[in-house]
Design a protein around this ligand. Structure first.
Ligand code: NDP
Length: 273
């Protein structure tokens, strides 16, 4: 049997790294992309080939996909995962930072889908796994720009799924809740770069309260396992939300409606005290 070929973006840490390693352990040949080559080199193995990649660079993406096709002739799995979370209020995050958020989290995913789809259509098979977030279905104070980027990923994924179904290509969304990786520490670093007037200090405190559970949250292995399941099991769920907080928040938003949900979140952020 020919070896299955996977491409994982954002593989230098967290979910992407765990996914690249799990797929490789299960026999996939994995092209692992990210900007920090020193970190990628740590996972180089017989089944993992690191490639320097910035998902906001069109040329780097085409170079990577062309390299995979000329060396391996096919791409079975694309895991769109590279991303970050721009925290801060809608008023205070600069437009430049907001553009950057979309450039990486939305256009980075879209660029890769455009680059691999012609090959997957030709081979009449393929899986595209887009890592979204609980914030792909809900939005809360301080997470607006990030949530908007993940809502956009969900909309693109739902559209493309219907467009490529006839070509034997599956498009799956995986929506993590809070997962212990480098993600939250980087979010908090970015938050510190946004100038907020005193009036927003309660919101900033509330954000820290929301994220305080991160050290107790599960590690990236559960998301890597979900990726493996979606690409190996027949009829995978089209949106896989885990751990429980991810599913529960979306159900709560649906049950409570917008106003009550907003109140509940403000309560959790201790904004009503
Ligand atoms: P990490 O910060 O640990 O990993 C993010 C990865 O993305 C790194 O490998 C980083 O590599 C890469 N990356 C960031 N920007 C770029 C870029 N411009 N070009 C290429 N690679 C880039 O976070 P996670 O593993 O937690 O995040 C992975 C995905 O999961 C993200 O899409 C995130 O939104 C999502 N998610 C995470 C949650 C969590 O609680 N951890 C919750 C919900 C969703 P490098 O810097 O080397 O380029």
């Amino acid at each position: 049997m020919t070896q299955r070929i996977a491409l994982v973006t954002g593989a230098s840490s967290g979910i992407g790294r765990a996914t690249a390693q799990l797929l490789a352990d299960r026999g996939y040949y994995v092209f692992a992309g990210a900007r920090r080559m020193d970190r990628l080199e740590q996972i180089r193995s017989a089944n993992i080939e690191p490639i320097e990649l910035d998902v906001s660079d069109d040329h780097a993406i085409h170079r990577m996909v062309n390299h995979i096709i000329s060396n391996r002739g096919r791409i079975d799995v694309l895991v769109n995962n590279a991303g970050f979370g721009q925290l801060g209020t809608i008023e205070c995050v600069s437009m430049e930072a907001a553009h950057r958020q979309f450039e990486v989290n939305v256009f980075g995913y879209a660029r890769f889908m455009q680059a691999v789809l012609p090959h997957m259509r030709k081979q009449k098979s393929g899986h595209i796994v887009n890592i979204t977030s609980v914030m792909g279905r809900i939005s809360t104070p301080g997470f607006g720009w990030y949530a908007a980027s993940k809502h956009a990923v969900e909309a693109l994924s739902d559209a493309v799924r219907g467009e490529v179904m006839d070509f034997g290509i599956e498009v799956v969304l995986i929506a993590p809740g809070l997962i212990k990786t480098e993600f939250v520490p980087k979010q908090l670093d970015l938050l510190r770069t946004v100038a907020h007037p005193l009036a927003y200090q309660k919101i900033l405190k509330g954000l820290h309260i929301l994220l305080a559970n991160e050290p107790k949250s599960p590690g990236p292995a559960i998301i890597a396992q979900a990726v493996l399941d979606t690409v190996t099991k027949p009829n995978p769920p089209i949106r896989y939300a885990l751990p429980l907080d991810s599913k529960a928040s979306v159900i709560a938003r649906w049950l409570l409606g917008a106003r009550l949900f907003a109140r509940a979140v403000r309560h959790q952020m201790k904004l009503n005290f």
